[in-house]
Write a protein that binds this ligand. Structure first.
Ligand code: NAD
Ligand code: TYD
Length: 352
């Protein structure tokens, strides 16, 4: 038995593959285009492990994906591959349309053709699991109830619009062709291997480098944070027992304003690696220009996943964020490796 995981060299994909092979001997074929966000090093601990087969390629390459499916005969395909950073989607949406929409479409075409020729018994147990985001639901007011699976789609950024489009395509392939699909819509993840363009790893990185900690606007935007391995366990639950064609919201019941997240990071860093001058990292906080169209609040109601599949997060924000800071402190070589040329260009373009 084997599964095919796309986007496996990125933040969540890599955590998923490492977690999966930590808990089972079922092999993984991983496919990743190795964009700026994909890092082969994230999976280096699996080098030489015969259960893992890494392929460098694009989900939109139907010839390649079809050949991989025919060769490895996976019982499931899990799609993590995407362009994932909202700010990049604002500066340059094209790649988001290409990978998140066209890429998902081409992947669905390859998977449909593979699934249609499987013997009935294997076709019946095959699954296509699409990993998506809570951002497709748009923005909540302070007093609004958290997003349920029934909330209407109101994406506001090119990123969330492209993910919404991919979710609709996945739904349509189930409704029209009967493809056995599952979709998860998860809140903001954090943890190891998170690319330091996103808030939490960026703040840790900048703090240690003595740079400003940029807070967009007033810093009162709210996100619902989930430790990445909890996201991985939710995906495993949905893959095992999710109802075909259904969507599942995944969240940590951890709503936090950005400014509070950054202050928490500063307080942990003050304990774990105090500044040489004995002052707090919080002194590096700087309020900068807001993100255009910045969604004010996301909050996930993960009640369906708990009621129907018995999933709950294992980490609280307090335990998860401390582990995360520790991981970055212990993996400075990883950070140094990815914060080289192209990363510096992005930082100066975005924060000029
Ligand atoms: P990421 O940007 O860290 O990783 C994405 C990976 O996909 C990279 O390794 C990249 O090389 C690869 N990739 C990009 N285009 C590709 C293509 N055309 N073909 C093959 N590989 C390609 O993103 P992430 O944070 O790990 O997110 C993974 C998935 O989870 C995405 O679909 C994202 O929308 C979703 N998601 C992310 C979060 C979050 O907080 N990060 C929350 C909910 C859902
Ligand atoms: P981010 O990590 O980019 O995730 P998303 O936009 O998908 O939620 O951002 C999390 C929040 O932090 C979001 O409200 C934007 C804000 N933010 C800052 O205030 N400063 C920053 O430098 C970054 C990258 C994000």
């Amino acid at each position: 038995m084997t599964i095919l995981v796309t986007g496996s060299a990125g933040f969540i994909g890599a955590n998923f593959v490492l977690d999966w092979l930590g808990g089972t001997d079922e092999s993984v074929v991983s496919l990743d285009k190795l964009t700026y966000a994909g890092n082969r090093q994230n999976l280096a601990s699996l080098d030489g492990d015969s259960r893992h087969h890494f392929v460098h390629g694009d989900i939109a390459d139907q010839a390649l994906v079809s050949a991989l499916l025919a060769q490895h005969q996976p019982r499931a395909v899990l799609n993590f591959a995407a362009e994932s950073h909202v700010d990049r989607s604002i500066l340059g949406p094209e790649e988001f349309i290409q990978t998140n929409i066209v890429g998902t479409f081409r992947l669905l075409e390859s998977v449909k053709a593979y699934w249609q020729q499987l013997p009935a018994e294997r076709a019946g147990t095959f699954r296509f699991l699409h990993v998506s985001t809570d951002e497709v639901y748009g923005s909540l007011g302070a007093a609004d109830a958290a997003f349920t699976e029934q909330h209407q789609y109101e994406p506001n950024s090119p990123y969330s619009a492209s993910k919404a489009a991919s979710d609709h395509l996945v739904r349509a392939y189930h409704h029209t062709y009967g493809l056995p699909v599952l979709t998860t819509n998860c809140s903001n993840n954090y943890g190891p291997y998170h690319f330091p363009e996103k808030l939490i790893p960026l703040v840790i990185h900048n703090a240690l480098a003595g740079k400003e900690l940029p807070i967009y606007g007033d810093g009162q935007q709210v996100r619902d944070w989930l430790y990445v391995t909890d996201h991985c366990s939710a995906i495993r639950r949905v893959l095992a027992d999710g109802k075909l064609g259904e969507t599942y919201n995944v969240g940590g019941w951890n709503e936090k304003a950005n400014l509070d997240v950054v202050k928490t990071l500063c307080a942990i860093l003050d304990q774990e690696q105090p500044r040489a001058d004995g002052r707090s990292y919080a002194e590096q906080i700087a309020f900068v220009k807001d993100r255009p169209g910045h969604d004010r609040r996301y909050a996930i109601d993960a009640g369906k996943l708990e009621r129907e599949l018995g999933w709950k997060p294992a980490e609280t924000f307090e335990t998860g964020i401390r582990k995360t800071v520790r991981w970055y402190l212990d993996h400075q070589a990883w950070v140094a490796h990815i914060t080289s040329g192209a990363y510096r260009e992005w930082m100066s373009k975005q924060y000029q």
